[in-house]
Design a protein around this ligand. Structure first.
Ligand SMILES: NC(=O)c1ccc[n+]([C@@H]2O[C@H](COP(=O)([O-])OP(=O)(O)OC[C@H]3O[C@@H](n4cnc5c(N)ncnc54)[C@H](O)[C@@H]3O)[C@@H](O)[C@H]2O)c1
Length: 257
């Protein structure tokens, strides 16, 4: 049973990449706090199924907005639509990503730009588009928050992830810059660095039973992490419970690092 954060009930929360994996768990987690949640995703089938499965089980059914986050005008339109539909935004969770592997000797400029577009660029432009709404929510109240999903992958010297790791490190830099810029307006900005989280995509593409066991062996906690393990830390960083926490990175990896 998750902790209850009274300030999140009724608040507008926007999650990118909320259609599956960790993002879907976050959409559900915020919705179960009584928040008004919208999520942006490109995966229509999964996203509609998530919205339908939560409808009727939470006070405010989450709103799915279809957009490709690589397309900045489409992203801006989706953020505006979310703020309009939810009656404002108190929380932005930048989460969408794609952890494609690349051979460093073969990667070309197009692959590089594509990786940064899907893993880093939209975090900045979602924050920019959400800013007027976050500012309105923060003015005269306890504040507003941005939570950026980075990864411990950039700390692990993983040779097959040059562009993804660069993007995930970049998210930490962006987090600290935005925290500096927005702190005076009572908008807090923090990052979560998940470890090995066994989502559908991870199981299908990268993590078989042996790799999962090897990952767990490197953790202090001897169990696999699931998307639900990221929910509590994200709710905490989004809520007033962490009202003096900004410019920080929170590693949620079962003690792998
Ligand atoms: N799963 C892990 O082990 C792990 C570890 C460390 C960090 N993370 C981070 O956590 C976050 C969530 O990861 P996940 O494992 O749940 O990923 P996932 O692939 O399961 O889900 C990502 C979601 O983003 C959406 N998305 C991807 N590209 C998009 C685009 N161009 N436009 C709109 N939506 C798009 C996908 O459709 C999907 O619903 C990411 O930032 C990831 O880097 C995950």
């Amino acid at each position: 049973m998750a902790a209850r954060y009274a300030d999140l009930a009724g608040s507008g929360v926007l999650v990118s990449g909320g259609g599956s994996g960790i993002g879907a768990a976050l959409v559900e987690g915020f919705a179960r706090q009584g928040a008004r949640v919208a999520f942006i995703d490109i995966a229509v089938k999964e996203s509609r199924a998530l919205a339908a499965s939560l409808s009727g089980t939470v006070e405010h059914a989450p709103l799915f907005l279809e957009a490709d986050l690589r397309d900045i005008p489409a992203l801006r339109a989706a953020v505006a639509e979310a703020a309009d539909a939810l009656g404002g935004l108190k929380v932005l969770v930048n989460n969408a990503a794609r952890d494609d592997r690349h051979d460093f000797e073969a990667i070309g400029p197009e692959d590089w730009d594509e990786s940064l577009a899907v893993n880093l660029r939209h975090y900045a432009f979602a924050a920019q588009a959400a800013l007027p709404h976050l500012r309105r929510a923060a003015a005269g109240t306890s504040g507003a928050a941005i939570v950026n999903l980075s990864s411990i992958a950039y700390l692990l010297n993983m040779g097959e992830l040059p562009a993804y790791a660069a993007a995930k490190a970049g998210i930490v830099g962006l987090t600290k810059s935005l925290a500096g810029r927005l702190g005076p307006e009572n908008i807090r900005v923090n990052a979560i660095l998940p470890g090995m989280v066994l989502t559908e995509r991870q199981r299908q593409l990268w993590v078989d039973e042996a790799a999962a066991a090897a990952g767990v062996a490197r953790q202090c906690l001897k169990r696999s992490l699931g998307p639900e393990d990221i929910v509590g830390p994200c709710l905490f960083l989004a809520s007033d419970a962490s009202g003096a926490v900004t410019a920080q990175t929170l590693i949620v990896d079962g003690g792998m690092l």
